[in-house]
Design a binder for this molecule. Structure first.
Ligand code: SAM
Length: 259
């Protein structure tokens, strides 16, 4: 666990996500993510549009909230995730429920060879974590994990037309699962990078600090990145996964085919 208190004037490191999703952060996201998991998994399954038995990769999968639901729906699922404890948690849940799901530790920057799948899902606002060169590498890696014609479903809440059309509150506070998360946000315009300092507390006196950054791309840039990685038929949808992506939508859902 490497959550330490940092001064806000020190740039959030490029590899902030290494060791981020542990402790109270992981517990907070597990509680928050659970509240929207059924709806998210339903949207994903609709967009996958694949018969039961089809193979699906979920990356990054965290505690497996989407992957486990897809496995329960009959897909052969492989989850990839950098946080070892999350991988172990997802494995334990899958084993307990007798689900056809495999979970492996892996990094978006150098995705492990888990074999080619019919579809790959990248959900939960996990796009934009990486430096640009690593984002390019990550999308190429996702393409390489799909069979020709395989489907990509990628979601982001930090695409410019979503994030920058609303107010970026300098401070905000949310609570899930008894964990209060206070955020201090800064938009680093020179790098199109949203940088956030977190303070999390669980009421027992435990307080943890963490930092994160999201690189912000326009929707057209996302489409170009996908095309550059070899994807075709790129379709940009809004929050419900049905309507076209539009200015002010709360999230972008990109669907594409591996060319
Ligand atoms: C907000 S969660 C979303 C997870 C999941 N897709 C969902 O919707 O529940 C983001 C996850 O990305 C993982 N992550 C961050 N950077 C990563 C990287 N470079 N490689 C693999 N996983 C990463 C984190 O550990 C965390 O579990």
């Amino acid at each position: 666990m490497n959550h330490t208190d940092h001064s806000a004037d020190v740039r959030v490191p490029d590899d902030w996500f290494v060791g981020f999703h542990t402790g109270l952060v992981a517990r907070f996201w597990r509680a928050a993510g659970a509240t929207m998991a059924d709806r998210d998994a339903e949207i994903v399954a609709t967009l996958l549009d694949l018969p039961a038995g089809a193979s699906v990769i979920d990356v990054p999968c965290a505690d497996g909230r989407i992957a486990l639901r897809l496995a329960a729906a009959g897909y052969a699922v492989t989850g990839i995730e950098i946080a070892k404890a999350e991988v172990e948690h997802a494995r334990a849940v899958a084993a307990g429920a007798g689900l056809d799901a495999t979970f492996v530790t892996g990094d978006l920057r150098a995705l492990p060879d888990v074999g080619r799948a019919d579809a790959l899902v990248s959900w939960g606002n996990s796009f934009g974590y990486l430096r640009h060169a690593d984002t390019v590498r990550s999308l190429a890696g996702m393409h390489g994990l799909l069979r020709p014609g395989g489907r990509l479903v990628l979601e982001s809440m930090t695409v410019a037309e979503s994030l920058l059309t609303g107010e970026i509150a300098e401070r905000s506070e949310t609570e899930f699962g008894g964990i209060v998360t206070r955020r201090t946000n800064r938009y680093n315009a020179a790098e199109s990078r949203l940088e956030t300092d977190y303070e999390l507390s669980d009421g027992s006196g435990a307080v943890e600090h963490a930092r994160a950054a999201h690189h912000v791309y326009t929707a057209a840039e996302v489409a170009r990145l996908l095309a550059g990685a070899g994807f075709t038929d790129v379709c940009l949808l809004g929050e419900d996964g049905r309507t076209p992506y539009a200015l002010g939508a709360s999230r972008l859902i990109a669907v594409a085919r591996a060319g």
